[in-house]
Design a protein around this ligand. Structure first.
Ligand SMILES: [Zn+2]
Length: 213
């Protein structure tokens, strides 16, 4: 697998970027890997990087974006925070990744059995975690279909809140970043929300979140 250079990055469209990730995840769930020389990639990216995607995912130790999409060095900007929430620092990082460094897609990736989502479902309050979980609370309130056991003991509830959290985050990125919104509307970048099943490794994308021009 070749290390991305500016020319290769320029040739990738937002739709192609999503396909590259889908193909990589297919390899991951098949227990296959593209042959990469990571040390050589380190050398080849030492003077600059041209990643094709910005991926916002959880800190969960089972959800490394590079591993589950079978990507190497210089391929993706990986933003990781509990519950894959956004704040202005994360939006700034995404703006850097797309506007300055030329990435072609933003992916917001939730996952099953997320501890942060469970914490929000249980209204956990603890130190600085309280403020972080408060950013997931709107998704908890938006989930209206589960009327009983609205807590982490209800797996259906947890997974529905996780999906809503991803979709809300996709919308919030466009609402809160005029730079990214303009790039999406111009078709310069795409955006996609998805979920990673930590048991199977499979990533599925939510059709109603995809904007790929
Ligand atoms: Zn998580």
């Amino acid at each position: 697998m070749k290390t991305l250079n500016k020319e290769m990055q320029d040739a990738i469209t937002p739709t192609m970027a999503l396909d590259i990730l889908k193909e990589g995840n297919k390899r991951f769930v098949s227990n296959l890997k593209v042959n990469r020389n990571l040390l050589q990639q380190a050398n080849e990216t030492s003077d600059g990087q041209h990643p094709f995607a910005v991926i916002l995912s959880c800190i969960d130790s089972r959800t490394s974006a590079e591993l589950i999409f079978d990507q190497g060095l210089g391929d993706v900007f990986s933003v990781r925070i509990a519950g894959n929430i956004i704040n202005e620092d994360i939006l700034g990082s995404m703006e850097f990744g797309c506007k300055v460094a030329g990435s072609k897609i933003i992916v917001v990736l939730g996952h099953t059995k997320c501890g942060a989502i469970k914490g929000a479902c249980d209204h956990v309050e603890m130190g600085n975690l309280t403020a972080l979980l408060s950013k997931i609370q709107p998704a908890v309130y938006d989930e209206k279909t589960e009327t009983e056991n609205r807590n982490s003991g209800n797996i259906e509830f947890v997974e529905k809140v996780a999906a809503i959290n991803v979709k809300r985050t996709v919308h919030a990125i466009m609402e809160r970043s005029p730079i990214l919104k303009e790039m999406i509307e111009a078709g310069e970048i795409g955006i996609a929300g998805g979920s990673h099943n930590i048991a199977t490794g499979e990533v599925s994308f939510y059709e109603d979140t995809l904007i790929l021009k």
